[in-house]
Design a protein around this ligand. Structure first.
Ligand code: GLN
Length: 490
């Protein structure tokens, strides 16, 4: 078995193990984004759920998905180890897709419960394993995460585009099944390559292997036992509210407790990490309109052709973001290196601030689409794609950097939990996104197009203004906040 230092002392830009994780994550994201892209369309078109309720359900489902990443991170740290967590999560995701594939109309919510818990065990732990490929202070860590992020988005692009297309044009059952086939491919890729990860992600061993085994079985059984509970909670969004009120504060209290055991310098770094996490909540609540209100906006109010070519507006909605992330991630990585050489690279907080400015601009474009309608009263697909270009650049200023920061700022024994917290912030983002989206969509399905357009675009204008204010404030205090990180004092 390769030792950790053999892996971490790699020559060149990337460790070769990153490619194994890259492909595993790529197919998992195919499954995840395939399902995400179908959620509201399937709920409104096939289950005949009203738009505003579908937005709330979307928020609740996505919130649970990401909330479970915290639980997944915790159990991986303490009991399963990252590799076993990943396998368990992957199996659950495949099962979920099969359940929906059997008869999506009947079993949709059952299948979704499996996807929720499965993603929880899978998602944070694969990201943490990427962090483990690097020694502390290795400057190549950020570019490793950028590469990994490109893999995420290749999967998201293919899954997000293909599944909704297959669902809308052929069969929803096949579309859900398709997501499971690719998840199984990712799992297979992981099983075949995990030996080459050396000690990375193997289970934490305590004094008694027998006790460890028993604990693992408890986790597996506990997971299955919790499924009916999740089912009840997503069926009734009021329970989601309750869950969200509880999980965040409890997690914070737990992290504060862990922080009492750290030294002063470590505490400052953890405070910086928590501030990044809190800021990302605001970012995701706006950004995640993309799977909720923007899906419905695309379906009803955006033209399905661009420069004479017919393209389904929902396919663009589900794929444009990933497409632009793939196009720009290397470029932005190179820009940071270029700026760094000239001592002009903004610090991490300033990058987060800039991410909000891009977010603000993109929502301004979504708003401004109301001024360019075609003869059918539909908005331009080109402008819609342009807004996605801008939002994707914003995402690249925040999301891959955030992943890398979680492993950089926290001590190793808290990596799983901190990565889980990073995604828990997405859970809150998703939850708020659903609430915001529900506020924008018109419950009256027969309302004229112009009224519905006004509802969405007025909402987008407000988001644009709030994002602008947040971005400016962060940039103003970035220099001061950066001191917490105990590095690159400017
Ligand atoms: N698009 C990224 C991913 O799927 C980030 C998602 C998030 O944290 N909300 O991993």
């Amino acid at each position: 078995m390769l030792s950790l230092s053999e892996i971490q002392d790699f020559k060149g830009k990337f460790p070769k193990q990153i490619w194994y994780l890259f492909f595993t994550e790529m197919w998992e994201r195919f499954c995840f984004y395939g399902n995400r892209g179908m959620l509201v369309i399937f709920m409104t078109d096939i289950l005949l759920i009203k738009d505003d309720v579908a937005n709330l359900k979307y928020g609740a489902i996505q919130a649970f998905v990401y909330a479970f990443t915290f639980v997944g991170g915790l159990f991986a740290d303490k009991i399963l180890g990252f590799q076993r967590s990943l396998l368990w999560g992957g199996i659950l995701m495949v099962l979920g897709s099969i359940v929906m594939g059997l008869d999506a109309k009947q079993f949709f919510f059952y299948g979704i419960c499996f996807i929720i818990v499965g993603t929880g065990f899978f998602k944070p732990n694969i990201s943490t394993m990427v962090g483990e490929l690097y020694r502390d202070g290795d400057p190549r860590r950020d570019s490793g995460f950028s590469l990994f992020y490109a893999g995420i988005n290749i999967g998201a692009l293919l899954g997000g585009g293909l599944c909704v297309y297959v669902g809308k044009t052929y069969s929803w059952n096949i579309a859900f099944l398709l997501s499971g086939v690719f998840m199984a491919l990712g799992l297979l890729n992981f099983i075949l390559t995990r030996k080459l990860l050396g000690p990375i992600g193997i289970s934490p061993v305590t004094e008694s292997p027998k006790k460890d085994r028993r604990n693992r079985w408890f986790v597996y059984a506990g997971t299955l036992a919790v499924l009916p509970l999740i089912y009840i909670m997503i069926r009734k969004t009021e329970y989601t509210d309750l869950f969200m009120y509880i999980i965040g504060p409890v997690t914070l209290v737990y992290i504060f407790y862990e922080m009492t055991k750290l030294d002063k310098m470590q505490i400052k770094k953890m405070v910086a990490a928590i501030i990044f996490i809190l800021l990302s909540i605001i970012f995701w609540s706006f950004f995640e309109q993309s799977g909720g209100s923007l899906s419905l906006f695309a379906r009803d109010l955006v033209a399905s052709n661009m420069m004479g070519i017919d393209i389904d507006s929902n396919v663009v909605n589900n794929s444009a973001n990933s497409f632009f992330v793939i196009c720009f991630s290397a470029l932005i990585g190179m820009m940071w290196v270029w700026l760094n050489k000239r001592k002009l690279e903004p610090n991490y907080f300033a990058k987060f601030g800039l991410a909000f400015l891009f977010l603000s601009l993109s929502f301004y474009i979504f708003y401004a689409m109301r001024f360019w309608l075609n003869s059918d009263g539909l908005a331009s697909l080109g402008l819609f794609a342009l807004a996605y270009l801008v939002i994707s650049i914003g995402e690249l200023f925040l999301s891959p950097i955030g992943l890398s920061l979680m492993t950089k700022l926290s001590p190793k024994h808290l990596w799983g939990i901190m990565m889980g917290m990073w995604f828990l912030a997405s859970a809150y983002g998703q939850y708020v996104a659903g609430v915001l989206g529900a506020g924008m969509s018109n419950p009256d399905e027969n309302a004229p197009l112009s009224v519905r357009l006004d509802g969405y675009t007025n909402g987008y204008l407000q988001l644009s203004i709030y994002a602008l204010i947040t971005g400016v404030v962060i940039i103003l205090v970035a220099r001061w906040l950066n001191r917490l990180m105990q590095e690159n004092p400017e």
